[in-house]
Write a protein that binds this ligand. Sequence first.
Ligand SMILES: NC(=O)c1ccc[n+]([C@@H]2O[C@H](COP(=O)([O-])OP(=O)(O)OC[C@H]3O[C@@H](n4cnc5c(N)ncnc54)[C@H](O)[C@@H]3O)[C@@H](O)[C@H]2O)c1
Length: 252
Amino acid sequence: MNQTGQLAGRVAVVTGAASGIGAAIAALYAREGAALALLDRDPARVETVAAGCRAAGVAVTTHAADVTDEEAMVAAVDAAAATHGGIDILVSSAGILDETPFLEMDLATWNTTVAVDLTGVFLAARAVAPHLVARGGGRIINVASQLGIKGGVNLAHYTAAKAGVIGLGKALALELAPHRILVNTIAPGPIETPLIGGLSEDWKHAKRAELPVGRFGTPEEVAPTALLLAASPSGDLYTGQTLGPNSGDVMP
Ligand SMILES: NC(=O)c1ccc[n+]([C@@H]2O[C@H](COP(=O)([O-])OP(=O)(O)OC[C@H]3O[C@@H](n4cnc5c(N)ncnc54)[C@H](O)[C@@H]3O)[C@@H](O)[C@H]2O)c1
């Protein structure tokens, strides 16, 4: 067990932990000594990530759940809290993305994205927050997107959901402050993960050309922002903030 890491003795729930940014955050948190409850709808891949995290010497549980399923989320989070003896940190990274022109977007397409990318963040926070209150404080870190700030073509559903995550984070930062719970949002720019594998080469080419840093990021370059927000003293003065590891795509 890593007793000297920045998160030693803390328990973190990470959604979307089977891949990409969530998996990289889980790996970094493990190296920093956090016990982990890794949640994803993909049980096989989350087990693989968990095995890597256990190699760092921390306790890791896995929870196969869909973030849009309120009952499953409450059951998974309550089981995680019971096994680990409480929860200190929530990272919501589960998300989906597809490109659909607005003039072709039907209600089902809209609802599917909003259910995962916005309501899923609400349900995770709603399930975890009582455990943070019981602990006397904690951290909630939601992964939105820089598209929630600047908008994106063929991404009205995704953009609206991610803007909603940023707004939700500000509301929770205000409302949960009396419980000593700090709530912040990470709004990454384009990051090389399976999520953007389906985006067109034209989009990627144009996007790279607009970025001051000139390239997409990696999940390992996003994870340290989630560590900064989770750890103390690095995260102690951040609440209601939106941090942008985004290659310079957005400059608020
Ligand atoms: N990759 C990027 O360029 C980028 C940029 C900005 C924001 N983001 C955001 O970062 C977060 C992580 O994305 P990523 O790039 O790591 O993607 P990814 O596809 O690599 O990982 C997403 C994970 O979420 C899980 N997931 C999806 N829907 C779920 C559901 N309903 N219930 C439970 N788990 C579910 C998937 O199984 C997967 O393991 C997402 O919220 C995404 O919108 C990504």
